[in-house]
Every structure is written in C-alpha cells, then in structure tokens.
Ligand binder design. Structure first.
Ligand code: MN
Length: 374
C-alpha cells in the first residue's frame, strides 16, 4: 500500500463553493490522499485501495493555540490513519505492507497500523526522536543507528542532475531495533488508550564518503518487517524505492486526467469528478508501466478487444500482420492525442496520452451505441 497526499488546486481565479485553501493559501481546492495497492513481487499496480479528501480550514489556527487545543482539532496528519482504517486488515491470507514518506512519521499512524495488523516501511522524519533501545533506555534514534554495525554495502548508479554529474555511490546499510513510546504530542484520545511502546526496526541507508560539495545520499526507514538477513533488508529498501509510483499516479491524475481544469463549481461535485478520474488514472498508469516493463506483452491481455479493433480501425496505417503489443497500443493512443512518435520524441507525456485516451473512449462509446441501435 503506497500512500501519499497531494494538493488538488483549482486555481484562485474561479468562483468555487465549499472548498478550502491550498498551496500557500492563495489556491482553492482540497487535499487528496491515496493508498495504491501494488504487488510486492511484480511491482504491478492493482488499483486504489483507499482514498480520502480533506479540506484545510479557511481560518488559520491561532498562533497562541495550546498543545491540547491543537491535538483536539482535526489535523492533516490524521489523513493517513483515516485511510489505514478504511482499508482495514489484510484479506485472504495476504499481507499489507504500507510504504509512506516522512508525512507519516507520527505515533498515531503506527498505532493504526498495529491495530489493523498491517506492516510498514515508512520514512523517518525526526532522526533525533527519543525512542527506547533494546535495554529499555530512552535514547535518540540516530544514536541507536550510530552505535550499530554496518550490515552490508552496495553500489548505486545515480543519474546526472542539474549541477551534478552522474556518479556511483557507495552505500552503507545499518539497522537497529527500537520501541516507540507514546509521546507527549499524542492527543488525549490516544493517551487514554494507554498503549504499550510499539516495537519496530530502523534501517539507515547512507553514503559515507560523498564527493566534495555533494550532499550525501541518506534515508532512514521505520519498518515492522524483520531485518535478520541482508536479503530481508534489501527487500525493505526496494519497497521504499517503489514509492515513486504514487507520485507518478498523482501526475497521471493531475497532468493526465486534467482534474484541475474541470469546470464544476462546488466542492462535492469536484470530489465526485476526482473519484471517477482516479479510476481512469489507474488505467493510464497501468498501461504506461506495462509499456515499459513488459513492452512485448500482447495488448489484448490488458485491454478489451473492442478497444483494439477500434484503434486499428481509426489508425489506418497500423501494422496489423503481427499482434499489437502493449507498448504499441500505448504509443498509438498517444498518437490519437497528437503525439508524433518521431525518434527524438522519447516517450509520450501525460497530456497527449490523456487526449488520445479521451478520444478513444468517445469512439468506444460510439461503437457501443451503434451495436445497441442495430
Ligand atoms: Mn508526501
């Protein structure tokens, strides 16, 4: 379950009712939180398992607000727990492993994960958080990891970035065990539960000697999974590396499905539209991923044959001698949307794919109506 929140901003120039501020406060819209289910072994996208929307209050909370007052009002960090509870425990002998970024580094999120019998691989936000070590002493998380031996090393090839040439980074891996105690920051409701400290492991990935002037690569993860062998640690790191899929999904929804430019005028109607588009975005992302990971896979194993027939009818010069692959199908959909597909064009962007997809859906709808009219 890869989770993240994104801002759905409908801009500041339109008149929309029943929405909240977004971004730095000048935009209007809402926060959308998604949990995308991905097969841990194949990394294939299974769908959206849970989703919720939250509105930021129009009035900023007062700076003089006490801790108790802050914990009593609805907070944005609760959005993670809402979706965890909505999805619930794993079904049918499966295991749900949550993968979340720093936004989920919060005691209450771990409580909900434990209550729902789920596992997790979450990024650490506060490296200096006080936790309990194996002896039950209160120490900083960073200290536990500093004191632990190196579990293994590996090399990572990094692509060139602006002002940074491509390089190979030597990465060191350390792990530690800890228990996270109830913090003073917890709300009265959570404190009343009087929960025991939550036992988990931490994995620290770092580049000990990075070139001068380059910020060393570093991440710290919390996980409920075992870290007994290097293979297990490796799997945990790989799971976190799959997190970018949710960012790509949000791009499919925003740049692709164009949710921000829909002209509906109230929050509830925009919510319904985002719900519908969330399904379309799963399809688009699934196609894009398969076009990259299994380009030779026959398109008929992914999309209905009516779609293929219509695409072949409308794109006259499509080679029909061989079976259409998913990669060709994806590119042909983009071409319907204006993608030229020259050698220098690379892969189609979200906007052209969306335009082609919308056109194809209209053609499919027309064909279905024609069959009904017959
Ligand atoms: Mn995030």
């Amino acid at each position: 379950m890869i989770c993240d929140t994104t801002d759905i901003n409908f801009g500041s120039r339109r008149q929309i009712e029943q929405v909240g501020p977004t971004g730095n406060g000048s935009g209007q819209g809402f926060l959308l939180h998604n949990a995308m289910m991905v097969d841990a072994d194949t990394k294939s996208i299974l769908g959206i398992a849970g989703q919720t929307i939250c509105y930021r209050p129009k009035k900023k909370h007062s700076k003089k607000e006490s801790r108790a007052q802050r914990l009593d009002r609805p907070r944005e960090s609760q959005i993670w727990s809402i979706v965890i509870d909505e999805i619930g425990p794993a079904k049918n002998d499966s295991q749900y492993i949550y993968v979340c970024d720093r936004g989920a580094d919060n005691y209450e999120v771990f409580c909900h994960l434990v209550q729902q019998k789920n596992d997790w691989v979450n990024r650490v936000k506060e490296k200096n958080r006080f936790v309990l070590n194996e002896q039950g002493e209160t120490v900083k998380l960073q200290q536990i990891l500093n004191d632990s031996p190196v579990r293994g090393t590996y090399e990572l090839n990094l692509r060139a970035r602006p002002n940074q040439p491509a390089r190979t980074a030597k990465i060191e891996v350390r792990t530690g065990s800890l228990s996270m105690p109830l913090t003073r920051q917890s709300s009265a409701g959570v404190k009343a539960l009087n929960l025991a400290p939550i036992a988990m492991n931490a994995v620290w990935i770092r580049e000990p000697d990075s070139p001068e002037g380059v910020r060393p690569l570093e991440w710290m993860l919390y996980t409920s999974l075992a870290v007994d062998t290097f293979d297990q640690i490796w799997e945990i790191v790989e799971m976190y590396e799959t997190r970018w899929l949710i960012e790509e999904y949000h791009k499919a929804l925003k740049s692709g499905c164009q949710v921000k430019s829909r002209q509906l005028k109230t929050g509830p109607r925009l919510e319904a539209m985002v719900g519908l588009m969330s399904v379309a975005a799963v399809r688009l992302l699934e196609m894009k991923q398969l076009a990259l990971s299994e380009p030779e896979r026959p398109a008929r194993t992914v999309v209905p044959s009516l779609w293929l027939n219509i695409l072949q009818a409308v794109r006259k010069n499509l080679h029909c001698e061989e079976e259409l692959t998913i990669r060709d199908f994806y590119r042909e959909v983009a071409k319907l949307g204006g993608f030229l597909g020259r050698k220098s064009d690379g892969n189609p962007g979200w906007l052209t794919v969306w335009r082609g997809w919308e056109k194809l859906q209209t053609l499919i709808r027309g064909a279905e109506l024609a069959i009904q009219l017959k």
